[in-house]
Structure formats: C-alpha cells, structure tokens
Design a protein around this ligand. Structure first.
Ligand code: ZN
Length: 251
C-alpha cells in the first residue's frame, strides 16, 4: 500500500490544492488525513469538501471539534486561534459542523495508527515533540507505525527496543531525520508529517508525506503554493493579521 499522509490543512485551500496536485503525480493508492481541516485559514468549507472527496480516511483535530461544537470553551486555545475558531463557527453551516463533529479521533488499519496529537488519550490533544513525549506515545499504542500531526513540525521517533522489566517497559528511542526514512521491520515509528496549511518549521512550503508499505519507505515532501493569495484571503476575512503573516515566515 502506498499512501499520502496529510495533516493540519487549517482552511488553507491554496496549500491543499497544490498538495493534492503534487500527490497526483506520485501514484498513491490512498490519501490519509490526520486532522485539523479548519481553523486559522479563510476556506474551511471548501477544504472540508475537497478532503472528503479525496481522502480515504479523515480523522479529527482539536480545531475541527472546537469549530463544530459551539458549546466548547476556547480557553485551551491561544487568542488568535480562538478568534479563528469563532470566525469558523460563524461561516460554516450546521451540516458542515455535523460532519466535522462526526470525524473519529483515531483509526488503526494494517498496523498503521492515525491520530492527530498522541495515542495517549487522543481527545486530550497532547503533543509529541520530544523523545520523552514519544515514549508515552509508544506506550499507549501497539501498532508499528503511528502517524501524527498537531505540532506542524515534521519529526520522526524510532523505538529501537522495548524491554519488559518488573517495573514496566524500558524503551530505547531515538529521533531521526524526518525527511526520508527506510523503515526497519523490527522497529516501531512515530512520524509527524508536518502541516499542509500552516507550517511552523521555518519552511513556508506545504508539507506532507508518502508512505510505501511495500518498499518500507517514508518520504516527506514540500510543495510551493500561492502563499500571498492565502494570506490576503485571511486579511480580507478579518482574521488576525498574525495568521496571514505566519504563512509567509513558516513559523
Ligand atoms: Zn493544527
């Protein structure tokens, strides 16, 4: 199975369209989406429709559930994120919100575990941004491959060994270069595919990954898209200026 894995589109239609076009040239069998269709960007509705049309599997991100559920408090979100969620709630129709709310929190298929933040309590939206975090993540899942997003920063953690002792399990983990990996059958992996619609690793190009389970390879791709167009739509929508600006810097 060869799949393209996308995450954190955040209403950025320009980035999503460019990524889907890039995916077309890579003969993948399916597209898997790791959550956060909406939030931050100016095109939440069109992004939802496009992902529903193109992805084999979609799971929920914290912004999707927050935008869908008007009752949910936004105290866990930064000011700009909360403003964007309020705006997204105002622009989406009820039917779209119902579809967002119905997205599952995780999916496990063929030894591949999809979850937005961490397999430790998926609805707690934890981040895996260190070897320490990944240790908890490996402990909470049994699949060999765990694909995540949420931090908007590509990362790869490899579990080289898990020793069972009286006191529990001791794991030997190392962080790897997330741009290109050959997967070893005896290791387990947590792979963060970065963000399509709001990269934060200093590279403003959209990020996504391909995973080939036959050749056991994982590759991160970067795609140039019309950042100016996406930014000016954010401004025109009256969303916070910082959200337009960070698309340019990729921070
Ligand atoms: Zn996100």
């Amino acid at each position: 199975m060869k799949a393209a894995i996308l995450s954190d589109v955040h209403g950025n239609l320009e980035a999503l369209s460019a990524v889907l076009e890039d995916v077309e040239g890579r003969s993948v069998e399916r597209i898997l989406f790791l959550g956060d269709v909406v939030g931050y960007g100016a095109d939440p509705g069109p992004c939802l429709e496009l992902l529903e049309d193109s992805a084999f599997r979609l799971i929920a991100g914290n912004h999707d559930h927050a935008a869908a559920d008007e009752e949910l408090g936004l105290e866990d979100f930064h000011q700009d994120a909360a403003d964007a969620i309020r705006w997204t709630r105002s622009i989406l129709d009820q039917e779209a919100k119902d579809r967002l709310e119905a997205l599952p929190l995780e999916s496990i298929d063929q030894g591949v575990h999809l979850v937005h933040g961490s397999p430790c309590e998926p609805a707690g939206w934890e981040y895996i941004i260190s070897e320490k975090d990944s240790e908890r993540g490996f402990g909470a899942a049994s699949s060999r491959l765990i694909l995540v997003g949420h931090s908007h920063i590509p990362a790869a953690y490899v579990e080289l060994e898990a020793k069972r002792l009286f006191s529990g399990v001791t794991r030997r983990i190392k962080a790897e270069d997330p741009t290109s990996l050959t997967l070893e059958p005896r290791y387990r992996y947590i792979l963060n595919v970065g963000s399509v619609g709001q990269p934060r690793d200093g590279d403003p190009r959209a990020a996504y990954a391909t995973l080939d389970l036959e050749s056991e390879t994982y590759t991160l791709h970067r795609v140039t898209y019309d950042v100016e167009q996406a930014s000016s739509k954010i401004r025109r929508a009256g969303l916070p200026e910082s959200l337009a600006e960070r698309l340019r810097s990729g921070q």
